[in-house]
Design a protein around this ligand. Structure first.
Ligand SMILES: NC(=O)c1ccc[n+]([C@@H]2O[C@H](COP(=O)([O-])OP(=O)(O)OC[C@H]3O[C@@H](n4cnc5c(N)ncnc54)[C@H](OP(=O)(O)O)[C@@H]3O)[C@@H](O)[C@H]2O)c1
Length: 304
């Protein structure tokens, strides 16, 4: 448990912590740059560490197989690995083996970082017919992806139980941001179709997701175990498409025939960020409008 003088001392420490980012891709790098800018030492683990910017000390690791010697003074661990493909095997290798191997390495070296944050997903929740979903909603994933993420979260919670480490699962909605142009491209090329049944899209800009990682791992307040990481406004998909079409001067996408092939069907949920907001987090892009406006203006880069 985090209690006593040692913890108080850490809360006063705003610089000079050692942060390990396991699976340091686009999101991990953006978070790493923010940790570095705040004066912390950042180590990034990935299979191609040469792609990392100079602010992040890159170390080769295949997290699905094992983790090398870790810095002995590690204070914060972030697991932000992504699966190589959308198969059950790839998900198990990245998320489950990734978390297990990081925890094994820490245990091997008898290290107990203050906080470990696992980047999870709102895919752990089943569609709720448009009802509001938050941290108190039971995880009932219907697909293998959500099931494996729940297994990885459970492993993190079980293995840190009774230790000095505070585990956090950050369940992110759909990340959009620089270089993630699928929806923009669909609207621009006339391939986008507005679902006939209203369907909410729970989104978060990459920069806000990175800022959440820094906030939750360094905030003075003791973090809760789970946070839903989405922006303020679960917009309907059609609304986002119409906004993009207007912003790019393209024709408005057509609406699908109810029950037709391009109708997304009734699956739907609206995720709430109230707990994250209550922790003091502020968004740079509170809704898709601010975020997509910045993207259409060409702001930001996707990290390799
Ligand atoms: N995309 C979404 O909408 C969404 C939604 C919710 C949550 N998330 C989560 O957000 C997180 C970050 O996503 P992202 O966009 O930053 O992904 P990304 O850019 O693909 O970064 C993930 C990084 O993980 C590394 N990696 C993959 N397998 C590895 C392995 N076996 N060993 C070591 N490193 C490995 C890759 O680097 P190397 O190839 O160099 O190893 C890659 O750069 C992921 O946890 C993802 O599940 C994403």
């Amino acid at each position: 448990m985090e209690a006593g003088k040692q913890v108080t001392a850490w809360y006063c420490q705003t610089r000079d912590m050692t942060v390990l980012i396991a699976g340091c891709g686009d999101l991990g790098t953006e978070a790493g740059l923010r940790f570095a800018a705040a004066g912390h030492q950042v180590v990034g683990l990935r299979r191609s560490p040469e792609k990392l910017p100079p602010e992040i000390h890159g170390v080769y690791a295949d997290l699905s197989k094992g983790v090398p010697q870790l810095p002995a003074d590690v204070d914060i661990v972030v697991v932000a690995v992504a699966a190589d493909s959308s198969t059950e095997e790839a998900y198990r290798a990245a998320y489950l083996n990734g978390v297990k191997n990081v925890l094994d390495a820490l245990e091997r070296q008898s290290l107990e970082p203050r906080r470990i944050l696992f980047v999870s997903s709102t895919a752990v929740y089943k569609d709720s017919g448009g009802a509001v979903v938050d941290e108190s909603t039971p995880t009932e994933p219907t697909r293998f992806s959500g099931k494996i993420l729940v297994e990885a979260e459970d492993l993190l919670f079980a293995r840190t139980h009774g230790t000095a480490t505070r585990p956090i699962s950050l369940r992110l909605g759909g990340i959009y941001g620089p270089g993630r142009t699928r929806l923009i491209d669909q609207v621009r090329t006339g391939k986008a179709v507005i679902p006939a049944q209203p369907r909410h899209t729970n989104r978060v800009h990459r920069d806000d997701a990175a800022a959440m990682i820094v906030h939750l791992t360094t905030m003075e307040q003791v973090p809760d175990p789970v946070y839903v990481g989405v922006d303020d406004y679960p917009a309907e998909m059609g609304e986002v498409m119409q906004f993009l079409a207007a912003g790019m001067g393209c024709p408005e996408p057509p609406t699908a025939e109810p029950g037709g092939a391009s109708d997304a069907g009734p699956g739907d949920k609206r995720c709430s960020n109230a707990l994250l907001r209550a922790s003091g987090f502020d968004f740079a892009f509170p809704t898709f409008e601010e975020g997509y406006r910045a993207l259409l203006d060409g702001q930001g880069v996707r990290h390799p």
